[in-house]
Design a protein. Structure first.
Length: 162
């Protein structure tokens, strides 16, 4: 991967995996990016939640995402990367029929929706605001992020709030 990043300024990870492969792959991405003469910005695959206020949710992310967060956030981190944890709320694409999206149906991994019966079960009372963002809008925002002069540790986008 290091060779592939020689002419790349920013690395966006879109990897989704709930095993140790996620940790290994992301640590290798960090290493490859820092070894590159140009790649000095990195967005780990952390698109789905507010990890500042709720770092333990979803709970199944803790063993996979936790080590990557720790590696990036350690004081005086030797990696020298600018990075941001990108929060988009919920991917709207998971709530539309598969013919209208390029994202795969997560089935039992994502038990909050039932596309066949046109139902969505969102935790809470129903009064909480929830942000939904399409994958296309996320891609457009990430492209805009490339040209930002300085990166903050947490970036957010939300195109539909209900």
């Amino acid at each position: 991967m290091t060779e592939l990043l020689n002419d790349v300024d920013v690395l966006f990870s879109l990897l989704h995996d709930n095993s140790s492969f996620y940790v290994e792959a992301h640590l290798n991405m960090i290493k490859a990016c820092t070894s590159s003469p140009r790649c000095k910005r990195f967005v780990p695959s952390e698109y789905g939640g507010d990890i500042e206020r709720f770092p333990q949710h979803p709970e199944f992310y803790v063993p996979t995402h936790g080590p990557i967060r720790a590696a990036l956030l350690q004081p005086n981190a030797p990696h020298g990367l600018e990075f941001t944890f990108f929060n988009l709320g919920w991917f709207m694409d998971y709530f539309v029929p598969s013919a209208q999206t390029h994202m795969k149906n997560l089935g039992v991994v994502w038990p909050l929706h039932d596309i066949e019966h046109r139902r969505v079960r969102v935790p809470g009372t129903g009064e909480e605001k929830v942000s939904f963002t399409s994958a296309r809008d996320v891609a457009a925002a990430l492209i805009q992020l490339i040209s930002a002069a300085d990166w903050v540790r947490r970036s957010s986008i939300g195109t539909q709030r209900t």
